[in-house]
Design a protein around this ligand. Structure first.
Ligand SMILES: *[C@@H]1O[C@H](CO)[C@@H](O)[C@H](O)[C@H]1NC(C)=O
Ligand SMILES: *[C@@H]1O[C@H](CO)[C@@H](O)[C@H](O)[C@H]1NC(C)=O
Length: 259
């Protein structure tokens, strides 16, 4: 009886370690940020073992388990938050979500501009690939880098795109006038329903939405070549990254990565 119980416990422990990855979110910024996690529940039901939002003091990290089959997941961070009254999307200068500190599991995506780190694990052919990227499709609000411990490629936007952001895209600003973000061309487009920046309407295919139609594509891509800059940026070859899912990579997301 005792032997059976032990082997059952061992099997359970093995099953748990075989189906989870360890993710670490590290705040290397010299100021507090408020990371947030969102899972598109229309795509998959597996969710990470952590709250959907927390406060991260400078130079602190948190590690947590993420199911091996996490799909359409994203992590970003919010800047200059104050949740003391009327918590919700406007509680932060950018990246805020429905819910306040804890983002609503169904509707709690971040208010742009916000740099997004995105993952779909164990997908594609035979479920053998992890897909991940650092996306500026919703604009930029913090430098970020995704690394892993199995030798797969790094995805990143490691530089502060705020100060040199083209004037039409720059902001929001803090109380001293410092830019906390840089909006996407799509976000400021007056006609987002039919836009070469948003790849919408008559520009909704890769053929009709080339990077040359996005006015400030080069500002983002030259400064952050390993990020996903606009809807069809996969053609750049350095936007969406893959890692053999059988390697069971653990991932670290660093905000304000040191040079
Ligand atoms: C947060 O907002 C509250 C109410 O609006 C205010 O009293 C408080 O000083 C703010 N806290 C910070 C750190 O700015
Ligand atoms: C991922 O991290 C966990 C916890 O530290 C560890 O047990 C596991 O071996 C790591 N996976 C890889 C592929 O290194």
């Amino acid at each position: 009886m005792k032997a059976t119980a032990t082997s059952a416990a061992t099997l359970l422990a093995l099953a748990a370690s075989a189906t989870a990855r360890t993710f670490t979110v590290y705040n290397a910024c010299p100021f507090t940020i408020w990371p947030a996690v969102f899972t598109d529940l229309n795509v998959g039901s597996a969710t990470p073992s952590i709250e959907t939002g927390w406060s991260a003091a400078p130079y602190t990290s948190r590690s947590f388990n993420v199911p091996d089959n996490w799909k359409a997941g994203r992590i970003w961070a919010r800047r200059n938050c104050n949740f003391s009254s009327n918590p919700g999307p406007n509680s932060c200068a950018n990246g805020g979500c429905n819910g306040g500190l804890l983002c609503d599991p169904r509707t709690g995506t971040g208010v742009p501009p916000a740099t997004l780190a995105e993952w779909t694990l164990s997908a594609g052919e035979g479920g053998n690939w992890d897909y991940y990227d650092v996306s500026l499709v919703d604009g930029y609000n913090l430098p970020a880098k995704i690394t892993n411990n199995v030798g797969c490629a790094e995805a990143s936007c490691p530089v502060d795109l705020g100060p040199n952001c083209p004037a039409a895209l720059k902001g929001p600003f803090d109380s001293t006038g410092f830019p906390l973000g840089c909006k996407s061309d799509c976000l400021v487009d007056k006609n987002p329903g039919n836009s070469p920046s948003c790849c919408s309407g008559s520009h909704s295919t890769p053929q009709t939405c080339p990077p040359s139609g996005v006015p400030n594509y080069n500002y983002f891509k030259k400064n952050c070549p390993r990020s996903y800059v606009y809807a069809y940026d996969e053609s750049s070859g350095t936007a969406l990254f893959t890692c053999d899912a059988r390697k069971k990579a653990n991932y670290t997301l660093t905000f304000c990565p040191p040079p």
